[in-house]
Design a protein around this ligand. Sequence first.
Ligand code: PMP
Length: 415
Amino acid sequence: MSTLSRVVPTGFDVETIREDFPVLKQSIHGKPLVYLDSAATAQKPHAVVDAIRRFHEVDCANIHRGVHELSQRSTAAYEETRAKAKKFLNARTKNELIFVRGTTEGINLVASSWGRGNVKPGDEIVISALEHHSNIVPWQMLCEEREAKLRIIPMNDRGELLLEEYEKLLGPRTRMVAVSHVSNALGTINPVARIVEMAHNAGALALIDGAQAAPHMKIDVQALDADFYTFSGHKVFGPTGIGILYGKSKLLNAMPPYQGGGDMIKTVTFEKTTYADLPYKFEAGTPNIAGGIGLGAALDYVNRIGLDKIAAYEHELLVYGTEALSEIPGLRIIGTAREKAAVLSFIIEGIHPHDIGTVLDRQGIAVRTGHHCAQPVMDWFHVPATTRASMAFYNTFAELDALAAGLQKVKEIFS
Ligand code: PMP
């Protein structure tokens, strides 16, 4: 056992929390599972699994158009999640919350629907050097189509964005600034309120990719003054295939629909279709009803624990894990921002991340290796890939000891 200090915020009982996550109670290759891949997808508590099961076993029906009891129950449960998401993000009205497949679709919706109407040749879109591919490629596609220019906020060696360089990129041609709240590859927490403010001062809009922020910290879209904010259900302990896009209603009202089909219309004739009001204008077709209901249960679960408590506990895990890994000779942490979420990306001199991941897996430890859908970040640090241990509030100090011990074994095998 390590001698590093383990600080547990008062009232935080990780062992009780772990009881809610059946998946964590298993052995992998004969060793207790140590799940350190929550940035890729988080595990689901009983409450989420039960809500999805209940929908299928008790309430299952299509939503919005049914007068019968099951349809009404399903509609109510699904729409209840919209209300929960409003509260989770502190949006002004429920109409500002659009159900999407996840962060990727949220960004594509804005790039496509807002972008087509608002970006002209010569305009500029600003993103940052530490974005996930989901917040690069949709803007690149838009820029290609509209003959606009993509501009990149650079970062320093710690993985912190350079705001003075950002200031220089802003100008009369800037239409949109799109940055992540938290970097999945580095863990950097970006100063998004300031980034949004600077975008607005230049007359541009701002979209925040909240995929890695939603599981770790309180979000207030009004305080941030973000024009758009999006996150994925599966990273916030909910199911896959569901997420939320927040947009200011003034902007969403002015945007054309993203996709056409059922549920997004008011009237249809062969001559002309009129569109539904917000939020349905952006929700064509039968949605992921079970996913939406599961997401509602996940938001309730996270709120019950409390995001302030979660952030405080995870910070202690991060400090502990950073110290534990720093004691391993030849290991270099990639991403050392002063404001950082619970992500430890690293390389070990002379050992390929894939080999590290494979040896750790034999010890029951699940980490992610590769470019983490952030190839420009890898290029910036001149590494092909990293090994990434990403934490959630169900992880323990003992699991970080197991990771450090596992890495010692990796070193023995490959030295
Ligand atoms: N942005 C960030 C920062 C992410 O970490 C991810 C997921 N790794 C995404 C966007 C995309 O999320 P999804 O695949 O759930 O759409």
